[in-house]
Design a protein around this ligand. Structure first.
Ligand code: NVA
Length: 379
């Protein structure tokens, strides 16, 4: 069967089952966001000092789109159906009854917005005002899946108000004037910018392991959001996790499930809760530490770390896409018996991430399984 003649099925329970249908983002029109409480963007040497906003340079966008098209073509060649979002005019100002925002962001990282769990795709709330309307880029696809797969559950989490009380008023001032020691203290208390006023999470703070979902409390995911997910997925076990990472957002350069029993971990971001590793060990999972990136410097205007070398996309339990220059990562994965597909994507990073960020699952063959039958109390 060719990828285009595939029947539409929405279903994906984990990060490793055989991938059959995926969304790959687009770089078109991505913006440096105008000031908003959730985030501070400051690129003084790259034309966008704090407080300024506007499009990423055209030549960067062209290159990023070329690489994303190439990534989509690689996946299609392997028989995987690939869909693409419909970008909005992200330079336009937006309003809700509560606030106005000078521009939006983009639609390169569908993983941030769409959470696929079983036959459901959930649109995440998002805590940046600039990302409030990002779900609209995926609506043409979700509408189509809704028509074509009668089992598809299309869900959206409560749209947040994102009012003043959603954010800690003095967070950035306190953060920017804190010593490194104080910053680590804030980190160890997971005392991030968003309050508990309303449930907030980004889909990319969730790592899916069948019945167990690991959800990171972060700059964009609060405890109320984790509790919302817990109530929303009553048949799952939702584990609240935190790592020793300053200003964390999105779990997919920290914890990457590779296949049953094998998980890639970030050697610099150890879990703050002992139960985290205990749970893996009690269930015979091997935690393998990621090597450092070969890159020494990030791309200009990039908000992600060099740990994007971990942001791999598993195609099936024996095959994985890795960024094309990341040979230490490839060598590690060869040792574990993987076939590695090198995919050049580094220049896409300023548009919102790596290979995992740039995709969202629609269909992976497989069923819901329990990979952690030995649970721990209160985790
Ligand atoms: N914010 C994290 C995750 C990116 C996918 C990082 O930059 O490492």
């Amino acid at each position: 069967m060719t990828e285009s003649s595939q029947k539409t099925v929405v279903s994906s329970w984990n990060e490793w089952d055989p991938l059959k249908h995926v969304i790959v983002g687009r770089a078109d029109g991505t913006q440096i966001q105008s000031p908003e409480p959730a985030v501070q963007l400051d690129f003084p040497d790259q034309g966008y000092p704090l407080g300024t906003s506007g499009p990423l340079p055209e030549e960067m966008e062209e290159k990023a789109d070329e690489l994303l098209d190439n990534f989509a073509a690689i996946l299609k060649k392997r028989g995987i159906r690939v869909d693409r979002p419909t970008p909005l005019d992200f330079s336009q100002a937006i309003n809700t009854p509560d606030w106005s925002q000078g521009n939006m962001f983009g639609c390169m990282p569908p993983r941030d917005v769409l959470l696929t769990v079983g036959n459901e795709i959930l649109e995440a709330p998002m805590s940046f005002r600039s990302r409030w309307f990002e779900y609209l880029c995926y609506r043409p696809l979700l509408e189509q899946y809704y028509k074509e797969d009668t089992h598809f559950r299309w869900e959206t989490a409560p749209k947040p108000r994102l009012i003043e009380q959603t954010y800690k008023k003095d967070f950035w001032e306190k953060w920017n004037t804190s010593s490194e020691e104080e910053q680590w203290r804030i980190t160890e208390n997971s005392d991030w910018i968003i309050t508990e006023t309303e449930p907030l999470f980004d889909a990319a703070d969730v790592a899916r392991f069948g019945k167990d979902l690991f959800v990171q409390k972060s700059m964009v995911t609060n405890d109320a959001g984790i509790e919302w997910l817990r109530r929303h997925y009553p048949d799952h076990r939702v584990h609240r996790v935190t790592y020793r990472e300053m200003l964390p957002w999105h779990i997919d350069a920290t914890l990457i499930p590779l296949r049953p029993g094998l998980v890639l971990v970030n050697p610099e971001r150890y879990p703050l809760n002992k139960a985290h590793n205990e749970l893996f060990k009690k269930n015979d999972w091997e935690l393998v530490e990621a090597p450092k990136s070969v890159r020494k410097e990030k791309m200009p205007l990039c908000t992600c770390s060099l740990w994007l070398n971990m942001n791999c996309l598993v195609i099936d339990p024996k095959t994985i896409c890795v960024e094309a220059l990341e040979t230490p990562m490839m060598e590690l994965l060869y040792k574990y018996g993987f076939e590695v597909i090198p995919v050049p994507l580094f220049e896409v990073s300023p548009f919102g991430g790596g290979l995992h960020c740039a995709t969202a699952d629609v269909y992976r063959e497989g069923v819901l399984e329990d990979y952690f039958p030995n649970q721990l109390e209160r985790f």
